[in-house]
Design a protein around this ligand. Structure first.
Ligand code: ATP
Ligand code: MG
Length: 573
């Protein structure tokens, strides 16, 4: 390919609306252009990178005998009503009506469509297992589309679905996918961690997210500094190993006046105590039931854990008017003593102290010397709090840290969730009807390109791994007007293409400075510079290290192969 014919509109200025480096660089390198919020055109140079990612994903899916197919983007509401997600999915589902007033949506994911297909086609256990995937455009009307391709509304996903006859088969499908994902992310040279994620009612270790560690990630990962433990913070268990107070040393409960102290900060300031001396009482509505959760003043309740504990579909913070009714006090003064709710739960850490300060269920008042054991009979002790940096690792007791991560993939054992809801069954060898045991598996193809750039860039621009690079080699001809240099460029281009490499020649009539800056900006991993010193050799530059060597033209092929091997080694490819 020749740059004079290949459209790469590079920009000198940073786009005003870009908050992360991958977004800035993808716009400046002419890879993407915004059409409207969260919706991008993939320009020729960007599309090549996306296609490279898709191809690696495709190869590894095919290797585990998953079969590629493509499902429609437009989906009928009926299927979503059957699965129960027409109401449950919320506003991320973009809904519209067709000319016959039929409700439709743009597919944010395809569990409904694939389950409908398979229940209509597959009759017998002999046809199982089935594993299929597609690489296709999704639409999710995200609340906050941002960071370019990282959180778009329209984006490309690889989604795979497996159908097995029993749990054992489904577990094998799950782990086959898991290992394929590890291979894919290794081949893409991404620094990633697979983390145990929340698998809702299925439980067990049957949901993992693949996280690219980067400061700009929107997720936090709980990772142990000593062992391999890593979990999504939504699911990370918190171990409490401290002492358990029995109440013997607690003094008598005393009411204290705390006018206007609605928040933990207010209270700490007015009583001159630390948040660790307080037990806060947070009130929720869990599927309509009134639930109170007690955690130390400096801790947060983990809503996902709460939801799973009750196997609930909806958890919300109790509205203020209801809090006032339940506690008989203004918001901020709730406490466990004498509180009437449907369930009262406390974090294990709430047993650590003999005497806590809590709300008094009375406006402008708190209680001193509250002891859980003595004063709150019937309280259920349950880990429901969010893990924090410095907590003990639930596996080895080491220290937990919370690095940021970008979720690039997700594997999930669905079990019978969709097959039951949508009545998808097959006949087993005894002629008995059984539900399919399903799994679903996603990879954010467009998000990966952004995540890779987050990990690999410098102040001059993108540094592509050869695996994702739109072109592996950039030949920079500094003398495009010289017939000899143009002939050399053409010769090298043809030779390298014949070796299976994608090659771009910068044959534009631009000053060397412009060419060098653009070359570093667009980040092709191997640069070959013609005309920098003499016409018997070319200068080879490794974009990642900036190391340069001269490759003699008369022994070019062997010299190039050796240099290329060095470059690839640095990417561990
Ligand atoms: P997130 O928590 O980031 O919203 P998700 O849990 O909604 O992700 P899944 O439904 O598991 O994501 O989708 C599979 C994959 O699709 C994700 O792992 C991610 O890589 C990608 N993905 C999801 N939402 C987006 C988006 N808005 N833009 C780009 N990629 C996305
Ligand atoms: Mg999402």
């Amino acid at each position: 390919m020749f740059w004079s014919r290949f459209y790469i509109p590079t920009l000198k200025e940073n786009p005003a609306d870009a908050d992360v480096i991958s977004h800035t660089l993808m716009v400046r390198a002419g890879m993407i252009r915004k059409l409207t919020a969260g919706v991008y055109t993939y320009m020729p140079y960007g599309w090549r990178a996306i296609a490279k990612v898709a191809e690696i994903v495709r190869q590894e899916m095919n290797r585990i005998d998953s079969a590629e197919m493509v499902m429609p983007t437009v989906q009928p509401a009926e299927l979503w009503q059957q699965s129960g997600r027409w109401t449950a999915y919320g506003k991320e589902l973009l809904r519209f009506k067709d000319r016959h007033e039929r409700d439709c949506c743009l597919g944010p994911t395809h569990e409904e469509v694939i389950t409908d297909l398979i229940r209509g086609e597959v009759r017998s256990y002999r046809q199982l297992p089935i594993s299929v995937y597609q690489i296709q455009t999704k639409f999710r009307d995200e609340v906050r589309p941002r960071f370019g391709l990282m959180r778009g509304r329209e984006f490309i996903m690889k989604d795979a679905y497996t159908f097995d006859r029993d749990d054992q088969g489904a577990d094998k499908s799950y782990w086959d996918m898991f290992r394929a994902y590890e291979k894919i992310f290794d081949r893409l040279a991404l620094g990633f961690k697979s983390v145990a994620a929340d698998s809702g009612s299925i439980g067990g270790s049957f949901s993992h997210e693949f996280m690219v560690l980067a400061d700009t990630g929107e997720d936090s990962v709980a990772a142990c500094t000593q062992c391999a433990f890593a979990a999504n913070i939504e699911r990370a268990e918190v171990l409490y190993k401290g002492k358990i107070a029995d109440g013997k040393n607690a003094g008598r409960i005393e009411e204290i006046s705390t006018p206007g102290a609605h928040t933990v900060e207010d209270l700490c300031a007015s009583l001159k105590v630390s948040a660790q001396d307080l037990l806060k009482t947070i009130l929720f509505l869990v599927d309509g039931k009134k639930v109170a959760v007690l955690v130390r003043g400096d801790r947060e309740v983990n809503i996902v854990k709460l939801k799973n504990y009750f196997n609930a579909t909806e958890v919300e913070i109790m509205p203020a008017e209801m809090v006032e009714q339940v506690t008989g006090a203004a918001v901020g003064f709730a406490g466990p003593v004498g509180l009437e709710v449907d369930a009262l739960l406390a974090d294990p850490e709430a047993r650590a102290k003999d005497a806590w300060i809590t709300g008094a269920n009375k406006t402008d008042a708190h209680l001193k010397n509250v002891n859980l054991h003595r004063d709150v009979p019937g309280v259920i002790i349950k880990d429901l709090r969010e893990i924090t940096a410095g907590d003990a690792c639930p596996e080895c007791g080491g220290q937990i840290e919370l690095p940021r991560g970008i979720e690039v993939g997700h594997v999930f054992k669905l079990g019978l969730k969709y097959s039951e809801a949508m009545n998808a069954k097959f006949l087993d060898e005894n002629g008995k009807e059984q539900f399919f045991v399903m799994g679903c598996y996603g990879i954010g193809v467009t998000r990966i390109v952004a995540a890779s750039i987050e990990q690999n860039h410098d102040e001059k621009g993108i540094i592509f791994t050869p695996a994702i690079a739109p072109f592996e080699v950039l030949i920079i001809n500094l003398e495009p007007e010289s017939a000899e240099s143009a002939a050399t460029a053409r010769k090298l281009h043809d030779l390298l293409e014949s070796k299976g490499l994608d090659v771009l020649v910068d044959d534009r009539n631009e000053r060397p400075g412009v060419k060098f800056n653009d070359a570093d900006l667009i980040g092709i991993p191997m640069q070959l510079i013609i005309g920098s010193k003499d016409n018997r050799s070319v200068e080879a530059k490794n974009r990642k290290t900036d190391a340069r060597v001269m490759l003699p033209l008369d022994t070019f092929e062997a010299a190039f192969d050796k240099w290329k091997a060095d470059v690839y080694k640095m990417w561990k490819l």
